[in-house]
Design a protein around this ligand. Structure first.
Ligand code: NAG
Ligand code: NAG
Ligand code: NAG
Ligand code: NAG
Ligand code: NAG
Length: 218
């Protein structure tokens, strides 16, 4: 069992096919639609507002709340304990933005899932809701692996891909280790990556290509 490829995609994964949901509520950021539970880097919603949209409904309140405790976001004020702002739009569809004003810090205890309720407030059991995770620094968005087409070949090698989203360069984010976990035991598959900027190398460490902030090593 060996690890041959590790890829860090340092771009937000774009998802285009979820604009219509059965309940008619969706998330949109920079013109792309995102499914329920999508992750957004705090810096990304500073420059471009995250939109929560409910198609074909009439705005009658609506709100963002912190999912863990239902603490409402106060739209037109912001502070370290209530960092977000939001604006509502009645047409063409009921929608509610969510954003961080320039320079507003997101404290660690304020990152996590936020729920948007439209066209009415979250206290209305008939409202529609969708959640977004607003995170600081970085998150692993996805882990996938590629099996060989010939499963009978030995030794088996396969490629693992970890998709990281969020900040690109911070020194805290340059260490990476792959583990294999089975039940309660966990074994360390790789050495810790080197600390160079954007160069988290595992395996033979050959840089395959660099495209728009995507670093692909073999
Ligand atoms: C409003 O909803 C319609 C479908 O009901 C959709 O075609 C249109 O793109 C939506 N507009 C916005 C700004 O989301
Ligand atoms: C999103 O997920 C939450 C919790 O899992 C659920 O209550 C809500 O209805 C979902 N919304 C949509 C649009 O799927
Ligand atoms: C994993 O193995 C590498 C190489 O032996 C070692 O440098 C690293 O500290 C290990 N990591 C952990 C968390 O044990
Ligand atoms: C990544 O690190 C390796 C080993 O230290 C080095 O040879 C390579 O030039 C670095 N690549 C980049 C893009 O910095
Ligand atoms: C890199 O990003 C630019 C601007 O977003 C885009 O026009 C271009 O097609 C991208 N290139 C690749 C190879 O993805």
């Amino acid at each position: 069992m060996s690890l041959i490829v590790m890829i860090f995609l340092l771009l937000l994964t774009k998802v285009t096919s979820h604009c219509s949901s059965p309940s008619g509520i969706y998330l949109m950021h920079r013109g792309e639609c995102y499914p329920n539970g999508s992750y957004f880097h705090d810096v990304a919603i500073e420059t471009h507002h995250l939109m929560c949209v409910a198609t074909g409904s009439t705005l009658n309140g609506g709100q963002w709340v912190r999912a863990i405790d239902g603490d409402p976001v106060t739209c037109h004020s912001n502070s370290d304990t209530d960092p977000f702002r939001c604006d509502s739009l009645a047409s063409p569809n009921a929608s509610l933005s969510l954003y961080l004003p320039n320079g507003q810090a997101l404290l660690p205890e304020r990152e996590g899932f936020y729920k948007c309720c439209l066209p009415t407030d979250c206290s209305d059991s008939n409202t529609n809701s969708i959640t977004a995770n607003i995170f600081r620094w970085a998150q692993i968005a996805e882990i996938k692996f590629e099996l060989l087409s010939d499963m009978t070949m030995l030794p088996q090698q396969y490629a693992l891909h970890a998709i990281k989203i969020g900040q690109k360069n911070h020194a805290f984010l340059l260490d990476a280790t792959w583990y294999y976990e089975a039940g309660d035991t966990s074994s360390n598959l790789t050495s810790v990556c080197n600390q160079q900027q954007n160069n988290c190398t595992v395996g033979s460490g050959v840089l395959l290509h660099t495209i728009n902030g995507t670093y692909d090593y073999n």
